[in-house]
Design a protein around this ligand. Structure first.
Ligand SMILES: [Zn+2]
Ligand SMILES: [Zn+2]
Length: 234
């Protein structure tokens, strides 16, 4: 953990540059943060990408568990990808206000009737959370709960370690191969019927679908996903 003087020294050695205009200072300078809007993705089936609805399409519904997915920015956009990378892999929390702003700006993308839903997150492994100091999906679920005035609960634990997504993108991954990496949190005594599952990025969907399967196997009726960015088809 680096704080106080140590952090100042690191900031001086490794100055930050605005991801958008490249000016030295912050990871997103004030001018860029207030002007830049992440282009929203069209509504599409989370698994095959067929456009028209955020709900999983009829043919993908067989064999998958996630009912639908809302994303706020395309992961293909280099600014979006870099911002999330700084947050997740470098642990730079100065980018959080910008990410939160992106979601706030396009809050109307969430079309499900939220009254019934409880917000939760796709957890990282406890040891990874200790190393990073925070769980980015948990942070996101907190924002979503505040923004949409929804209850937030921790319902899942990650039981096995998996490699970070970015390192896995060249390996063959399919929906269903991560079965069993999640368990219901021991403190979650009574599960809600409708869940909004938050994560930072959705690529193949294998991780989020494994989390949705765990919840549905435990009796949850409907599970929607919410991510900052979606990677599209692998
Ligand atoms: Zn800038
Ligand atoms: Zn589909």
């Amino acid at each position: 953990m680096v704080g106080g003087f140590g952090k100042m020294a690191i900031d001086a050695l490794f100055p930050r540059f605005c991801l958008s205009c490249k000016r030295e200072g912050q990871i997103f300078c004030l001018a860029c943060a207030s002007n830049w809007i992440a282009q929203s993705e069209p509504f599409a089936c989370p698994f095959c990408g067929i456009r028209g609805s955020a709900r999983a399409c009829l043919s993908c519904r067989e064999g998958t568990y996630l009912d639908g997915l809302v994303s706020y920015a395309p992961y293909g956009n280099p600014i979006v990808r870099e911002a999330i990378g700084h947050w997740k892999y470098d642990g730079d929390r100065s980018v959080e206000s910008t990410l939160r702003q992106w979601i706030e700006q396009s809050r109307d993308r969430l079309h499900i009737p939220l009254e019934n839903f409880v917000v939760t997150h796709v957890p990282i492994h406890a040891s990874r959370k200790r190393m990073r100091g925070f769980d980015q999906a948990e942070v996101l679920s907190g924002w979503v709960g505040e923004m949409f005035e929804m209850p937030v609960e921790t319902l899942l634990v990650r039981s096995h370690k998996t490699k970070p997504q970015a390192k896995m993108q060249h390996e063959k991954r399919r929906v269903g191969t991560l079965d069993g990496i999640f368990e219901i949190h021991p403190n979650a005594l009574e599960l809600p019927t409708h869940i909004l599952l938050c994560d930072d990025v959705f690529t193949s969907g294998a991780t989020m679908d494994a989390a949705a399967k765990c919840l549905k196997d435990a009796g949850v009726e409907e599970v929607w996903g919410l991510v900052v960015a979606r990677g599209g088809k692998d």
